[in-house]
Design a protein around this ligand. Structure first.
Ligand code: NAG
Ligand code: NAG
Ligand code: NAG
Ligand code: NAG
Ligand code: NAG
Ligand code: NAG
Length: 531
């Protein structure tokens, strides 16, 4: 990606020299031209290509690193009140070389952090780009305490307000309306994309939604329940990181070959019915040599991790963790013998308004209560995308099949829910909604697979729509050419632009990928998508 972007940058610098003063003046004068309800504009100033931006106003918990953006743009920062006790901090980044397109970014986890990397990515590609803090600052759930308006911002109002205001700012700056409007987000950002498709179909013409945190109440119950399964470190039900490595190797031994090729990547985890009991230590195994085998109690933990979570009355709460992500998830995320912070914060600061609530007490009554509470319909599970479809909008959904935080098993469940709700087979959903399973990808990025699919600035191998989910949705919206598959790239050193390790074409659900048994398995054409 860097090559083309910097080539474009050189050209733009030449052009820039001729009209830079007017661009800068236009940007600094923008403050006076903005007349936005409930808004306080903090600053508008132009940023020259290559400037190393720092973010002193960003909450330290966001850990926002300095960022060099490769194009000239006008940076606008403002506060917009959403109620008498809530509001969003937002920014609009308006590139000099504008394509006419508008794009909104999303957020992650429970956070209140602008996704500056995504903003830089889209701004460099010529989108007038907006981002917001989701109604609060920082990564903690504490600002939700006793303030349903802050929760409402988090559930939907931040993105929607950001888009409505952002489009006004873009029009005021460029003196014309944008042509098409896009969305890019993953995780909580993926949920925000689906919330827009479900409830604000006018906001976007094209949405890229990755690893969506949908069925959000139940997701928090599920992500909190792992601590109940493992107990604290040292419990009979707790596995050490070494034992999780042994479990991973055993999963691969049982399931990696199902797709026809053994490479540490399971192409369709759904058909992996892993049996952990095969790892139980032989009788008489000395206690100091159990790092590669497990006890019966530990096998119970592992089996529960890879089983659907049911509520007290037997209803599905959330589908199982897909097998394969153990090395990415161990031990720090779910199996580390500690409560998962997002889930704990959600129950403390939203569900019970009680900071003293103990995550070790989580159980089926809490699952039922929190899902019934469903504040501001944060569930984000409506299967009715009729209005979105009717205006010709498109949604590209992807999910990494080694996602260690949001099980990829939940995404096909939503796709099938839409199919049932709208009474449409896959061939008809194809018109507006396509879902791609990305083998070997962790949560939103990373992992051993061909995970560079253009979902972010550092996850981009190419701007070719065949290889880039954002450019794929742009081509789908603007030229009517829908993506049939996403060609992913894996790099030897894991960094975009280096030596290519292999490429693989990720299939459109419900198809799955298999190796055809001959040909170089590093070549995408040696694999095919099958029913
Ligand atoms: C503007 O962006 C387009 C791509 O959207 C690129 O082809 C063109 O070279 C850029 N122009 C300048 C002056 O940077
Ligand atoms: C940008 O600034 C940060 C912090 O001020 C610094 O650590 C980093 O090296 C700088 N990057 C570049 C490319 O200059
Ligand atoms: C978030 O941070 C910004 C910048 O520091 C600040 O102006 C704003 O008031 C904060 N918002 C909230 C809700 O605390
Ligand atoms: C402005 O804020 C008030 C609450 O303070 C709200 O009722 C109103 O809808 C807001 N206006 C817009 C355009 O968002
Ligand atoms: C395990 O303990 C036994 C007896 O204490 C000892 O002989 C053996 O070397 C230990 N093995 C390892 C791998 O530490
Ligand atoms: C089972 O519990 C869920 C909430 O956990 C509730 O929505 C559902 O109605 C219950 N079903 C029955 C049959 O009671």
């Amino acid at each position: 990606m860097r090559g083309p972007v910097f080539a474009a940058l050189l050209t733009s610098l030449v052009a820039a020299a001729q009209c830079s003063s007017s661009f800068e003046q236009q940007c600094s004068k923008l403050t006076q031209k903005l007349d936005i309800d409930n808004a306080t504009v903090w600053f508008t100033h132009s940023v020259a290509a290559g400037t190393n931006l720092t973010f002193p106003d960003s909450d330290p918990s966001c850990g926002q690193a300095a960022l060099a953006v490769g194009v000239d743009f006008c940076r606008v920062a403002l506060y917009v009140a959403t109620s008498s006790r809530s509001g969003i901090s937002m920014e609009a980044w308006l590139p000099r070389n504008w394509t006419g397109r508008f794009l909104s970014t999303g957020n992650g986890g429970l956070n209140g952090c602008l996704s500056y990397d995504d903003m830089a990515y889209a701004t460099e590609l010529g989108f007038a780009t907006v981002g917001a803090n989701n109604g609060h600052n920082g990564t903690s759930g504490e600002p939700f305490l006793n303030n349903p308006d802050v929760i409402e911002d988090f559930a939907w109002r931040s993105v929607h307000t950001n888009v409505v205001v952002g489009k006004q700012i873009s029009e005021a700056f460029y003196k014309k309306q944008h042509t098409k409007s896009y969305y890019l987000g993953c995780s909580t950002g993926g949920r925000q994309g689906f919330k827009s498709a479900q409830s604000f179909p006018e906001d976007f013409d094209g949405i890229v939604a990755g690893a969506p945190a949908i069925d959000f109440n139940n997701l928090n119950s599920w992500s909190g329940h792992f601590y109940l399964l493992t107990g604290p470190a040292g419990s009979p039900t707790y596995l050490t990181p070494e034992q999780w490595s042994a479990v991973h190797a055993d999963i691969m031994a049982q399931c990696d070959g199902i797709d026809g090729y053994v490479d540490g990547i399971i192409e369709e985890p759904k058909i992996c019915q892993y049996r952990p009991e095969s790892l139980i230590c032989p009788p008489g195994t000395p206690a100091n040599s159990t790092s590669t085998c497990i006890t019966g109690a530990q096998a119970g933990t592992v089996r529960a991790v890879f089983s659907d979570l049911h509520g007290a009355n037997g209803t599905l709460v959330y589908p199982r963790m897909q097998p394969g992500s153990e090395l990415l998830g161990t031990p720090s995320i779910y199996y580390g013998g500690r409560p998962f912070p997002y889930s704990a914060d959600w129950f403390k600061y939203v569900v019970y308004n009680n900071p003293a609530w103990d995550p070790a007490t989580l159980g089926p009554a809490d699952y039922a209560y929190s899902d019934a509470l469903n504040p501001s319909d944060i569930r984000t599970w409506s299967g009715d995308l009729t209005a979105f479809r009717a205006r010709g909008a498109k949604i590209l959904h992807y999910h990494g099949l080694q996602d260690q935080i949001i099980s990829s098993a939940n995404s096909p469940r939503y796709y099938d829910h839409v199919a049932q709700t709208m009474d449409l087979p896959a061939a008809a959903l194809d018109e507006f909604y396509r879902f791609f399973q990305i083998s070997g990808m962790g949560h939103c990025a990373g992992g051993p697979g061909a995970t560079f699919i253009g979902q972010g600035r550092d996850s981009t191998a190419s701007l070719d729509p065949e290889q880039n989910v954002l450019m794929a949705v742009v081509r789908w919206v603007e030229q009517g050419m829908a993506p049939e598959a996403i060609l992913g790239t894996a790099f030897v050193d894991g960094v975009a632009g280096g030596e290519v390790a292999f490429r693989r074409r990720h299939c459109k659900y419900p198809l799955r990928n298999i190796y055809m048994g001959e040909g170089d398995p590093r070549e995408a054409d040696s694999w095919k998508c099958v029913v």
